[in-house]
Design a binder for this molecule. Sequence first.
Ligand code: GAP
Length: 467
Amino acid sequence: MEEIASLCKRRGFIFQSSEIYGGINGFWDYGPLGCELKRNIRDAWWRDIVQNRENIVGLDSSIIMHPKVWEASGHIAGFADPMVDCKTCKKRYKADNLCEEQDKKLIKTEKGFSLPDGTQCPACGGKDLTEPRSFNLMFKTFVGPVEDESAVAYLRPETAQGIFAQFNNVLATARQKVPFGIAQIGKAFRNEINPKNFTFRSREFEQMELEFFVKPGTDQQWHDYWVEERMKWYQSIGLPASSLQKYVYSKDELAHYASACVDVMYAFPFGVQELEGIAARGNFDLSRHQEFSGKSMEYFDQETNEKFVPHVVEPSAGVDRIALALICNAYHQEWVPASESGGAPIPAEPGKQPPQGYEARTIMRFHPRIAPVKVAVFPLLKNKPELMEKGRGVFDLLQKRWPCFWDISGAIGRRYRRQDEIGTPFCVTIDFQTLTDNTVTVRDRDTMKQDRVEIGRLSELLAGSLT
Ligand code: GAP
């Protein structure tokens, strides 16, 4: 992870927030390449979930909502983590994580939780830990100039409640019938006790949530459907099936209102961890908003003349976790022939030097759909105006369709290496032959093979691989 985090900083994927002031724990900024990567993740999700389906519509609700929303949702009463402090070194931990890391289980008591015998502080080894106390994860703020109890509001800890609160308005305007869904992408905020593993657990992050409303009794069938759809989507953006797992909740792990929950897990370098939860939540959320707002959340089924509060299946994913999984999955070290035309890359052996005639390269093998830059364009020599002019023409042509990179500095091999490190799938070089026959070389990031292609056919050829 250290190597990956260092590459993320060096190449402009992810920076520590407010770094010039020493940073702020749990907050991250995405640099020029990171924000393209995140945009590609959001676009791939939105296309698959909303634009490619007739029965799912979008929503963009506000981050701060009426505080009653969070009473109804149960977040004010119960969105809390048990927290413990080490009395010796004063470090603070999330109690369930602390136990898990020591192969122990946090004990549920009538009043809350207690630590199993022998739990120790991972920092100092001390066993003098406080009893777990409940800590609400919602960030509080005030709306308006007066900072009193009546002005308290919360930064949303999930985007889902905006969807439930607008259920009636969307239903009335979108001409949808159950089963149908409402999708939303947006920021969420949680005052995590112990942000860790780079961006994996942050205090500000982005969610992509779908609330899919179904007829009571069809929950299981739709839950199964969405688990499979979501597993396929992860593979479509380049995460191999072998790196993904499903964690199926047992009955006693489920919330009292839920009938099923499956987490999609990815094998990160720091362990197998959750990317997304897919839960069948019954009609808990809509019923609670009905109760707290006094507004009916019932749906009238014209075919059966029945009225019911729809049940919901909720696939809820984190953009930042998916970005981190894609970065981890893409990162490879290889040995490549020192001369570009010298053959195929071979896997690097950790701790060893490359063999004679080879050098090391870092490559980000992003799926072309996800790669932040799709094509780099290089005129062979910057001091030859004919090559520069021809190159600029090719660049302008390609930039109309894709994010492209123009690079004129350094030897061609170094320019290839810079693109390999940010995962650009194709490099196009304009050389002297271009001036005579209007062809360019197209170099493939993974195989390093080069093909000569006519400029007139370039867009069509690249489109075949990039879309
Ligand atoms: N509405 C359901 C919900 O919010 P969740 O499992 O708490 O469920 C859904 O969150 C997803 O949001 C997670 O699977 C994860 O990808 C992302 N997420 C949650 N907390 C996060 C955090 N502190 N940092 C980054 N991503 C987080």
